[in-house]
Design a protein around this ligand. Sequence first.
Ligand SMILES: *Cc1c(COP(=O)(O)O)cnc(C)c1O
Length: 367
Amino acid sequence: MNNKIKFVDLQTQYQSIKFELQEVMMPLLENASFIKGKPVADFENAFSKFCESKSCVGVGNGTDALSLALRAMNIGSGDEVITVGHTFIATAEAITSVGATPVFIDIRNDTMLMNPDLIESAISPNTKAIMPVHLYGNPCEMDHICDIAHEHNIRVIEDAAQAHGARWKGRRIGSWGDAACFSFYPGKNLGAYGDGGAVVSKDDEFIQKVRMLADHGRKEKYIHEFPGYNSRLDTLQAAILNVKLKYLEAWNECRCNHANEYIKQLSDTDLILPQIHREAQPVWHLFVIRCQNRELLRIHLRETGVETGVHYPVPVHRQPAYHEYSSISLPVTEKAANEVLSLPMYPELGNEIVHEVCNLIKKYNGM
Ligand SMILES: *Cc1c(COP(=O)(O)O)cnc(C)c1O
């Protein structure tokens, strides 16, 4: 094997849209239109429609999208937010950055997503919100989670950073909770060429609050209603996202085809393949298998030229940054963290590459 198989490949996609990108970016550079403007408004409109929601505001990145949503709901010091430890650290960082306390619950063993059966026993008088994470592009059980939140009069803020376009019970992620927060980090299903994020909601007033918070609490150019932040989606990134959004469904479909092919070809191994709920339509941000001897398989693949990833090897409650949680135990999360292995996944991945990766895995597996 001389050709290395990459885990993600952003260059091939760029080549397929580069002339279109040049056409939208050149006028912005010529006019020095870098902040706000039509591309941002156009993207916000198009993305809220894509999410089957009503209102959207572009912000600086996905982490800020989460913390600005919390802030706009007046969630802060003394408040608790229920979330999972099997996620990227940004989920917890957003909660602690506003002064609130994350309350970690375990995941389901099959889907590796928030286990809604554990929510009620985690609710206290201080609980203000639930933050489910649609990890790997696989949607959480949103009707169940929203019902519990409704019953207890608490809010739902979705971490949708990996799930642009996913559906639960036929409805898009972004249309379920009180707010859904997206990241446009370059490697995400919808990725900018730098940082970017968005908050989506059915509540216009709430989105307006996030918009002001993200722009120095600004009401007019020199009038600031409250102290805010500087976290806007910049104009060039919005112009890029406008071009890419048109292709998102087709790209997600390609990911889906690769996932189905992986599942078909790996079904006769003893690996645990992704378990998808029958009501879920995932968008396969990552294709994550589980195996007991993850490190050995990972080394075997590396040595045969296949890049893999681990999302995530250390759960949030086991991170040095959150050492105050080191005594809590989330057995399903901890087991998953030891077993997960992410295989190459991106829309432009060729069938022959999927085939080759599967063959190399089977060889290792002694199949
Ligand atoms: C990427 C990601 C974020 C953070 O988004 P950034 O744009 O990188 O700030 C938050 N949560 C999850 C689950 C993510 O994957």
